[in-house]
Design a protein around this ligand. Sequence first.
Ligand code: C2E
Ligand code: MG
Ligand code: MG
Length: 586
Amino acid sequence: MNKNMNKNDGTNNKRVLENTLERLYAVKRKTPWSIFVLLLLLYFIANFTVSNSAGSSTNINIMGYPIPLYTFAGVFSSLSNICILLITMYFDKIGFITSLFLLTIQIPVIISSIIFRKNLTSLPGIFGNLLAVVAVILIYLNNKKIKDYNKKLRDQALMDILTGLPNRFANLELLTELIKREIPFAAVSVDINGFKSINETMGYDIGNKTLIEIADRWKKIADENLSGTLDFVVRHGGDEFALVIRDFNSEDDIVKTIRMYEEALKNHLTITEYEFYVSASFGYALYPDDADDIDSVFLYADMAMQEVKHNNSSNHIMKFTKDLKKEERTLEIEGKLREAIENDTLFFNLQPQYDMNHKLRGFEALARMKDEDGKYISPVEFIHIAEKVGLIDKLDSIVYKKSASFIGNMIKRTGTDIMLSINVSVRHLMKSDFSDEIKTLLDSSGIPPRLLEIEITESIMIDSMDKAMNSIKEIKDMGVQIAIDDFGTGYSSLSYLNNFPATLLKIDKSFIDKMNMGDKSKQYVAAIISLGHIMGFNVISEGVEESDQIETLREIGCDYIQGYIWGKPLPQEEAEKLIMSTYKID
Ligand code: C2E
Ligand code: MG
Ligand code: MG
């Protein structure tokens, strides 16, 4: 929390807003001051020339014709008046005062010239001067009228008509200014609880009056600086309000301020003949601690406010925390998942698996999902969420059906053995009809059971396998293969492993990564492979990326390889090409 904030008073608060609004909506004075100085200079030169040429009897020669100098006096006099008019037009009040001053001090000068020098040629100058004064006043008044009109327009654009509070645009302007000047603030998102039912049961008129009354109470706190912090109350629309709090020393100050706004609603509202109570939910986030742009800081404040509503507890104030963001992301992915399932846009990639002689063994089917911009969402993220929200069995089944139909077809077309490995999540595995689902899958795809492999992750296997053991035994009895995925990341005991009806051990990538870094790491992988063999499993290494890893794995007796070095996960069409070229089929 930044404690070095400049303490301002309410006047400053308003001034900042005024200035920002002014910048947006008022007529902007773009004319630079250098033009002002230039016009003044021109004015003095023109004036000086007028007074020197008016009484002169000198002629100047233009193209052989002698022209008396005094005939130019009128030109210079007009020039000086133009300068005066321009200054009035473009430099508001200062321009007006300067012009008026310059014009009026000229009058006694002209009069004294007429009286003392008996120079009557200056007489029309007085009338010209008076006319210029009238023009300057008219221009100034007209400018002012336009300015007032603009101000009115600006106020209408930035003010919420119902409550008279600043609106969303005004808030945006203020926040842009605060962020530009790096002034810390708390953005508070406020929602009136149960406002919809006030509208529905008592009518919109009472609803509107309720909003006005709430706004008046809050406006009073902000305008009179009752909270001790600098507050700006905004109506975003409907029953949504926002507070921007500044000049706090700690988070306690923020909570105290919000509590004051909450308590302002504690007294019942009397609207026409009705008396009732309202309450509000407040969520807040901090600039710059939580977010450093307007959208995020209000989004986070909103998340916290939604959480208050969701919790429905007696505490109506909540601060944004990173957990809420995770929650939000979960909701977002869940939405995308549901959409993908409904629109049938979930798909799969196939990552090839090879034996040590680089002969194709088969493929692992990996779920894939894109968002609406066509960007991939990582399975690491969406699989976890699908598990959490109970969508994993649907997702798995889609991947199973699509990939099995493809591989079944390939097996038929090539007449060769192509293994299909599919991943299963424990929640899915524990469903009572899991083995029925696999049976249907085998029947519909035509894949022989020995060419279907179910991958079960080691870490989840130990926790929950007892409940799923029946299903596993049933599918094993059908002749389906069972693989222990990500082996080494869990803590399965030797006796557990020995009794587990697996056929393949998949060594996790993390071991392969470290394998060539030291003798011990290599021995460790070698031990896993031996152990697997002793227990009767084949062993595959996952995440193999380098050729010296293949060499080592060959040396220590690994059976299969799956990794980017020999094949990344491929789209169906690419996998088809790979199969066709492997088996030399056109
Ligand atoms: P997994 O089953 O261990 O799958 C292997 C993961 O390692 C895949 O990540 C694969 O792309 C990646 N990988 C393979 N070789 C390499 C390599 O050489 N280098 C690197 N850096 N990565 C490699 P992916 O596709 O992101 O899948 C992540 C995990 O999501 C899978 O790990 C699996 O546990 C889960 N998953 C994927 N599809 C499904 C599905 O259809 N159902 C279920 N239940 N889980 C799935
Ligand atoms: Mg796997
Ligand atoms: Mg794995």
